[in-house]
Design a protein around this ligand. Sequence first.
Ligand SMILES: *[C@@H]1O[C@H](CO)[C@@H](O)[C@H](O)[C@H]1NC(C)=O
Ligand SMILES: *[C@@H]1O[C@H](CO)[C@@H](O)[C@H](O)[C@H]1NC(C)=O
Ligand SMILES: *[C@@H]1O[C@H](CO)[C@@H](O)[C@H](O)[C@H]1NC(C)=O
Ligand SMILES: *[C@@H]1O[C@H](CO)[C@@H](O)[C@H](O)[C@H]1NC(C)=O
Ligand SMILES: *[C@@H]1O[C@H](CO)[C@@H](O)[C@H](O)[C@H]1NC(C)=O
Ligand SMILES: *[C@@H]1O[C@H](CO)[C@@H](O)[C@H](O)[C@H]1NC(C)=O
Ligand SMILES: *[C@@H]1O[C@H](CO)[C@@H](O)[C@H](O)[C@H]1NC(C)=O
Ligand SMILES: *[C@@H]1O[C@H](CO)[C@@H](O)[C@H](O)[C@H]1NC(C)=O
Ligand SMILES: *[C@@H]1O[C@H](CO)[C@@H](O)[C@H](O)[C@H]1NC(C)=O
Ligand SMILES: CC(=O)N[C@H]1CO[C@H](CO)[C@@H](O)[C@@H]1O
Length: 488
Amino acid sequence: MFIFYLSIIHVTLSQDFIAPLIFSDCKHLILPSLCQCYHSGDQSQLRCYNIQLKFIPKLPNNMHWYALDFSLNNIRSVDSYVFSDIYVEKLNLKSNYLQTIDITAFDQIKNLKQLFLDHNQLKEFNPKALISPGVSLEIFDISHNPLEHLDLGEIFTHLSVLKEFYAVSCQLTNSSLFTLLKLTRHHYHIKIIDLSYNNLTSLCDNLFNNFYNLLELRLNNNNIHLIDNYFIRSLNYIRILNLAFNSIEHVPNLFSSSLENLNLSSNNIRYLNDYFASNLRSIRLIDFDSNKYLNSISSRSFCFINILTLQKLSFRFNNIFLLNIFYELLCNLLENNKNQSILDLNHNSNLKCNCMLIQFEKYLINYFDLTCTQQGQDIYFISKLTNLFSNCTKDFCITQKKEHLCEWTNAEKLILEGTCQVQLIGKENSTKNESKLITTTTTINSNLSETIVDNTTKFYNISQKSFALSIKRIDYTWFFVFLFLLYI
Ligand SMILES: *[C@@H]1O[C@H](CO)[C@@H](O)[C@H](O)[C@H]1NC(C)=O
Ligand SMILES: *[C@@H]1O[C@H](CO)[C@@H](O)[C@H](O)[C@H]1NC(C)=O
Ligand SMILES: *[C@@H]1O[C@H](CO)[C@@H](O)[C@H](O)[C@H]1NC(C)=O
Ligand SMILES: *[C@@H]1O[C@H](CO)[C@@H](O)[C@H](O)[C@H]1NC(C)=O
Ligand SMILES: *[C@@H]1O[C@H](CO)[C@@H](O)[C@H](O)[C@H]1NC(C)=O
Ligand SMILES: *[C@@H]1O[C@H](CO)[C@@H](O)[C@H](O)[C@H]1NC(C)=O
Ligand SMILES: *[C@@H]1O[C@H](CO)[C@@H](O)[C@H](O)[C@H]1NC(C)=O
Ligand SMILES: *[C@@H]1O[C@H](CO)[C@@H](O)[C@H](O)[C@H]1NC(C)=O
Ligand SMILES: *[C@@H]1O[C@H](CO)[C@@H](O)[C@H](O)[C@H]1NC(C)=O
Ligand SMILES: CC(=O)N[C@H]1CO[C@H](CO)[C@@H](O)[C@@H]1O
C-alpha cells in the first residue's frame, strides 16, 4: 500500500494567527505522485484522475479545495472519515470501482456541494452517508451503478438544498419511487431529476407532488405504462417532461400550467384520446415520434389545446393515413389566423395524398419533404403532385358542420377520472361497461369537405380497401364512435 505523505511547506504563520487556518493555495503542497494541482484566482483544484489510484489519499487538513478529482481510477471504497477536515465543494469519484461507501465516509468533510459517484459498482447506497453538517449537496450524481433500489425519499429528505439529482441507469424499480411517499414537506430547491434508463413501471400516488419548483423530469427509457393524470399537477414550474422510450399506451390527461415540452416519443401509443392536452396551458411542443402504430386520433383530442403557446406537434414515424384526423386542430388554427408550421407528419409512409395536404400546407413542417401515397401504391413527394392538387378547393373548414365538439365539462370529467386506479381496474376488469360504445357509419365525401359530426367522439376507422384498424379498447371507450372513411 502506498502511503502518501503530504505536507505543507513554505507556510509561515504570523504570530497572531487564529485557528483554524484555512489554506487555499495548493502550490506549496507536496502532492500524491501523479496528482496535479491547479490554482487560479483563489481556487485550488486537485486532479488525480486516471493514475491507477487504489485508495483515496489522505489530504492535509484544513486545505480549501474547489474540486478534488479522483475519477478514472481503481478505487473500491470510500472509507470512514477519509475527508475529515477537508474543505471541498466538488468531489468527483466517477468511473472507479466503488462498491462500498462507508456511512461515515463524508463525516466531518466541510462544505461539500457537488458529489459525483457515477459509473461505479455500487449495489447499495445508504443515504445516511450524506447526513453530515459539512454536506449540503446541490448536485448529486449516482448514475450508472447497479443499485436496483435507492431510497429516493431519504435522499431528498436529507438533501434539502439539492438542485440536480441524477440516477440514470441504476436498474431502479418502482419500489424506489414509492420511497418518495416518505417526503412530508415540499422540497423547494430541486430543479432537475433524472431517472432515465431505469426499470420504473408506474407513476402513481402523486409521488412527485413535493417537488414544488422542479423544472425538468427525465423518465425516458423506463418501462412506464401507468401514469396518473395528477402526476405533475402540483409541480408549478415544470417545463420539460421526458417520457420517451417507455411502454405508454394511454396518453394521460395531464394538468399543468407550466409544462412546455412533453416527450412521448417511442412508446406504444396507438390513438390519442379526448382532451388529452386540454389542461396543458403553456404547452409548446409535444413529441409523438416513433409510436409506430399511432394512426387514430379522437376528434376531440386537440380540444382546448393552447394554440397561442403551441409551436410543434411531432408525429414523425407514425402510421397516420389522413390529415383529416387533425381537422379540429387545423380548422382552429385557420380560424385564429395562426401562421406557423406546427404539425410534423414526415415519415408516415401510409399518408394519403389529398386536398387537405395543400389546404393546410402552411401548418405542416417540412412540407416539401413530405411524401404521400395514392391508391396505396406509389409514394410521391408532395412537390411533384401539382397536377393532382390542381382541382383542390380550400373549403374544408367552411364546409365542416359547425357544432359543439368540445365541451369543457367533459374535459374536466375525463381528467378527474383518469387516475392510475381507474386504469388499473380497467386493465384487470373485463366487465367493462361497453353499453356506451356507439358505432356509426359516416362517410367523408371524396372531395373531403363533408363529414357528419355528432356529439360523440369519433375514431376514424380508415379503410383503404376495407383496411381494418384494430383499435385497442381502453377505459374511456364509451365516447368512441367509429367513423368510416370510405373512398378518398
Ligand atoms: C431491469 O431491466 C433490465 C432490462 O429490461 C433487466 O435486464 C433487469 O433484470 C431489470 N432489473 C430489475 C431489477 O428488474
Ligand atoms: C424526446 O426524447 C428523445 C429521447 O430522449 C430525444 O431523442 C428527442 O430529441 C426528444 N424530443 C424532443 C422534441 O425534445
Ligand atoms: C402569414 O405568413 C405569410 C407568408 O409567410 C405573410 O405574408 C402573412 O403576412 C402572415 N400573416 C400573419 C397574420 O402573420
Ligand atoms: C379537374 O377539373 C377539370 C375541369 O374542371 C376536369 O376535367 C379534370 O378531370 C379534373 N381533374 C381531377 C383530377 O379531378
Ligand atoms: C371489477 O368491476 C366490478 C364492478 O364494477 C367490481 O365490483 C370489481 O371489484 C372489479 N374488479 C377489480 C379486480 O377491480
Ligand atoms: C352500463 O351503463 C349503463 C348506462 O350508463 C347502465 O344502465 C348499465 O347498467 C351499465 N352496465 C354495467 C354492466 O355496468
Ligand atoms: C363536395 O361535396 C359536397 C357534397 O357532396 C358538394 O356539395 C360540394 O359541391 C363538393 N365540393 C366540391 C369542391 O366538389
Ligand atoms: C348529444 O348528447 C346528449 C347528452 O349526452 C344527448 O342527449 C343527445 O342525444 C346527443 N345528440 C346527438 C346528436 O347524439
Ligand atoms: C372498423 O374497425 C373495426 C374494428 O377493427 C372493424 O371490425 C371494422 O370492420 C372496421 N370497419 C371498416 C369499414 O373498415
Ligand atoms: C403499481 C405498480 O406498477 N407496481 C409494480 C412495481 O414494480 C413491481 C416489480 O417490477 C411490480 O410487481 C408492481 O406491479
